[in-house]
Structures are given as structure tokens and as C-alpha cells.
Design a protein around this ligand. Structure first.
Ligand code: ADP
Length: 507
């Protein structure tokens, strides 16, 4: 087993990983930026190393600085968390060169499965159904339009290097195609430095259901079942739950087997997530692979009783997975909300600042994974995720009731949080009946907001607020929010930065 692990991250996920290390008796070293001197992860770690200014390009995204700390601190492994460098193949490569263990897949598996079109190609070969569409980048707009016509509208143009919904355009008719192609390409070029796009058939109101997999270095690959992440704002997850309310043992087995086949085909090791869209006829289609721990991993932990971070560490240390697929059946129900320092009643405006007081919920069936404390100032420089509130119970109803109760107990003063949005969602009859799909929340937010005074929909007001925010924060290092933004914003920033570094390495 490892003696000391470097956690190359911050916030709640750094704290989550620290806790697993402590339970395993492994020492921890963390890195921090100047903005994070007093962060919770710094306070809790055995050792902490300053790696630069607030700007993540100068700190959390600097592989050279992180590898320098690994050497100075005498660590034998690195856990990347999610975001920042977690999906940047240059980090596992640097680890191999330095003789350090990367707690995650190999650089090769990350590249084969992590990129959208290569993931689709591999899925085809592994007999995993993909959303109908093209598997190669499309250069010629006319050729692309002919293909779209052949597929039948609506279609979705997607950036090959995509992430965070950037470079994605819905095309509903032939006459819109040329303009949409230009827009998607230029948005992709701006966001990722790569203009290439491909086509997918646009599925009408699908559900987003993903499979958590674990693969050890001895050839055992298992599925830990699904998470449903259909409650999304503009293609970004907002609430996640396990099991999916529509799941049957038969569908779980088929989706799990497909995910395992794909992981095997890509030579994958460690924890990963295979994302699918599921249509109203329960057909599932591969979307993409996330080659890391997910933000929403706790819901799987609560229904399987497994500690995914400890398993990640054990796999990286060369241990065998101790169970087979058949033995893992979800028990009860779990649901997670992501609490952000933002204000949905003021159009999701970011709300960093000092936490004057805080009361965190507890009691039966409540788990809080947080990266903040009373008296700490939430910096403006990063994704403003404060904490994840996770509830579990014997049934979905009990879980929702506990989550509502937990939100009522939660109090943070000094900054605004988005907890009001969750109260609204958890009280909605469609949500309670689990009649949800990936467009459901956007539709809910287009209805007049109960608190809006001028009849403006939440969505319109949020778009205006985000535009103003971007203009006033021009040049600041904070990942600019999508209108009414939520987590995926910074994930897209991270992906973008990772891809930029990858490109630079290739050139
Ligand atoms: P990104 O990597 O940019 O986040 P994904 O491919 O993961 O993009 O898709 C994010 C979300 O966008 C999905 O969960 C779903 O809501 C929506 N989406 C993506 N592809 C399709 C599609 N072909 N049809 C309908 N919705 C889609």
C-alpha cells in the first residue's frame, strides 16, 4: 500500500479523498494556491504545499509544480480528484516518467475512451449501441449537411473536443444547417482550439443514465450499477440519484454489460463512468466516458455500501477487486444535490464571500461532503461548489423527504446558495413522480418564476445576468458561468485547459 498520497485538487473532493486516505492509514499531502491558504483541505491534510497564485493555470493546472511537490514531499501516488488535471493524459504520463502511481487509468486508456469520437469508434467495435451519427470529424459543411439530411432532422452538431455543452447546436431543419455548422465550429474553435464537429441524431427528451464501473489491473471489470442524472440545466447535471426510477434488473444488466465491454475494449483500469442516453422505449445509447471519479459518486456509495475512493486507491496499488458483478445489487435509494455559492433568486448570480455562520444538517440518512467552514471566505477564483448534500432511505419517497428536511436544516449566512432551486425541484409533482428527462428542468425554469416580479422567466433573467457578469469579470480567472450556471461550467474550463495542454504537447 502507499505511504503518502498527493491530492492534486481542492474543495470538497480534496477533503473526500483525504478522509479515505486517513481511514486507510495513508499520509496525505495537498497542494494549494494563494487563494486557498485557509481552505479546509489545507487544514485537514498532513502536509500542504503552496504552488502558486490563484489562477488555476498557474497553480492547480501546473503539472510541473505538482510533480515537484510529489518529489519534495516523498509521495508515492497522486489522486487527481475530478476537474483540473483529472482527464489530462499528460499527468499519468508524467507519473510514469517519475515512477509515481497515478490513481486512475493509463494515459492511453484515457485518450482512447475520453475523447468523444474515439470513444464512439471503440463503442462500435465493442458492440455498444451509440447515438446514431457520424464517428469521424466532419470537415466539409456540404457533406455534413447531406449526412444530416440522410439521418433526418432534428440532429445535434457536437464538437469532437466537446465538454460542458460547448460547440453543441441543435438543428431542426435543413435551412438552419449551414449557419448552425458555422456557429458550432467557431464555438468549438474558441473553446477548445479545435473546430471539428460531428453529428448525432437528436433524441427527444431522453433520460441521462450512467454506469459506474471499476476495473482492476488483473482483468476484472465490474459495474456498480447506474445513476440517473436527467435533472439538468442546459446539459449540466443538477441532481443525481441511484437507482434510476425506471431501471429494471434486466436493463441494468444489459447496460452494465455494455459498459464493462467498452471498458475492456479500451484497456481501462480504476474507476470510470460510461454515460448513456435512454429513450422512451428503454433503448440506450452510449454518450461518452468520464475517465475519473464523478462529482455524483456518493449516491453509488450509499446504495452499494462501497467506498469508491478507497477502491480507487486499492486498485492503483495493484489489489484485486474482491467481488463479481452478480454480488452488487443496490439497496434503498440515494439522491444528491450540489450546493453552490450562487443565488437563483437573483438569476443564479455567483455569490462568493465570507461564510458568517453555518449549520450543516445531520441525522438519519444524511451525508454532507463539504469543502467549506464557518468564517472561511469562498474565493471568486474557482467553481463555487460549497458542498454536496446526499440523502438516502429505504425508498425514493423517504429519500426525497430526507433531502427536503436536510435542506431545511441547512443554513449558511453571509453568502447566497442555490438551495431554493432544490426546494422548488423537490416539491414539483413531476419530479416526485420521477417523470423527468434531460429537458425537464429547462422547461420548468421557463415557466414564470414565483418570485420574478416582471413576468420574466428565470431562464431569460439568468441569461441577462450571466452576460452582465461576464462583462464585469472580463479578465478575471473565474470560469465564467453559463447563464444561471452550475457545475459543468468549470468542468468545461478544466477540459478545455487539459485539451490545450494536450495539444501543446502534441505540437
Ligand atoms: P458535454 O460533454 O458537452 O457535457 P455530453 O455529450 O456529455 O456533452 O452531453 C451532455 C448532455 O447533453 C446530455 O446529458 C444530454 O442532456 C444532452 N445531449 C447530448 N447528446 C444528445 C443527443 N444526441 N440527443 C439529445 N440530447 C443530447
Amino acid at each position: 500500500m502507499f505511504r503518502k498520497i498527493l491530492i492534486a485538487n481542492r474543495g470538497e473532493i480534496a477533503v473526500r479523498i483525504l478522509r479515505a486516505c486517513r481511514e486507510l492509514g495513508i499520509r496525505t499531502a495537498v497542494v494549494f494556491s494563494e487563494a486557498d491558504r485557509k481552505s479546509l483541505h489545507v487544514r485537514l491534510a498532513d502536509e500542504a504545499y503552496l504552488i502558486g497564485p490563484a489562477a488555476s493555470r498557474e497553480s492547480y493546472l501546473r503539472i510541473d509544480k505538482i510533480m515537484d511537490v510529489v518529489r519534495r514531499a516523498g509521495c508515492d501516488a497522486i489522486h487527481p480528484g475530478y476537474g483540473f488535471l483529472a482527464e489530462n493524459a499528460a499527468l499519468p504520463r508524467a507519473c510514469v516518467e517519475a515512477g509515481i502511481t497515478f490513481i486512475g487509468p493509463s494515459a492511453e486508456a484515457m485518450e482512447a475512451l475520453g475523447a468523444k469520437t474515439s470513444g464512439r469508434q471503440l463503442a462500435r467495435r465493442a458492440d455498444v449501441p451509440t447515438v446514431p451519427g457520424t464517428n469521424d470529424p466532419l470537415e466539409d459543411p456540404q457533406h455534413a449537411q447531406d449526412l444530416a439530411r440522410g439521418m433526418g432532422y432534428p440532429v445535434l452538431l457536437k464538437a469532437v473536443a466537446g465538454g460542458g455543452g460547448k460547440g453543441m447546436r441543435l438543428v431542426t431543419s435543413d435551412s438552419e444547417f449551414a449557419a448552425a455548422f458555422r456557429e458550432a465550429s467557431s464555438e468549438a474553435l474558441n473553446a477548445f482550439g479545435d473546430a471539428s464537429v460531428y453529428l448525432e441524431k437528436y433524441l427527444d427528451k431522453p433520460r441521462h443514465i450512467e454506469i459506474q464501473i471499476l476495473a482492476d489491473a488483473h482483468g476484472r471489470v465490474v459495474s456498480l450499477g447506474e445513476r440517473e442524472c436527467s435533472v439538468q440545466r442546459r446539459h449540466q447535471k443538477v441532481i443525481e440519484e441511484a437507482p434510476s426510477p425506471i431501471m429494471t434488473p434486466e436493463l441494468r444488466k444489459r447496460m452494465g454489460d455494455a459498459a464493462v465491454r467498452l471498458a475492456r475494449a479500451g484497456g481501462y483500469t480504476n474507476a470510470g463512468t460510461v454515460e448513456f442516453l435512454v429513450d422512451t422505449h428503454y433503448n440506450f445509447y452510449f454518450l461518452e466516458v468520464n475517465t475519473r471519479l464523478q462529482v455524483e459518486h456518493p449516491v453509488t456509495e450509499q446504495v452499494t455500501g462501497l467506498d469508491l475512493v478507497k477502491l480507487q486507491i486499492a486498485i492503483a496499488a495493484g489489489h484485486r477487486l474482491p467481488f463479481a458483478w452478480e454480488t452488487i445489487t443496490p439497496r434503498g435509494h440515494a439522491m444528491e444535490v450540489r450546493l453552490y455559492a450562487e443565488d437563483p433568486e437573483n438569476n443564479f448570480f455567483p455569490s462568493p464571500g465570507k461564510i458568517l455562520s453555518q449549520h450543516t444538517p445531520s441525522g438519519p440518512g444524511i451525508r454532507v461532503d463539504e469543502g467549506v467552514y464557518e468564517g472561511w471566505t469562498v474565493p471568486i477564483d474557482y467553481d463555487p461548489l460549497l458542498s454536496k448534500l446526499i440523502a438516502w432511505g429505504n425508498s425514493r419517497e423517504e429519500t426525497i423527504a430526507r433531502l427536503r428536511r436536510g435542506l431545511e436544516e441547512y443554513s449558511i449566512t453571509g453568502i447566497k446558495t442555490n438551495s431554493g432551486l432544490f426546494r422548488r425541484i423537490l416539491a414539483d409533482p413531476d419530479f416526485v413522480r420521477a417523470e423527468i428527462h434531460t429537458k425537464w428542468l429547462d422547461e420548468l425554469l421557463r415557466r414564470p418564476h414565483p418570485l420574478a416580479q416582471d413576468g420574466t422567466s428565470g431562464e431569460e433573467a439568468a441569461a441577462v445576468a450571466a452576460a452582465v457578469w461576464q462583462a464585469t469579470h472580463n479578465g478575471a480567472n473565474l470560469a465564467a458561468p453559463t447563464p444561471g450556471g452550475n457545475t459543468g461550467v468549470s468542468e468545461s474550463e478544466w477540459k478545455r485547459e487539459g485539451r490545450r495542454q494536450q495539444r501543446e504537447r502534441l505540437l
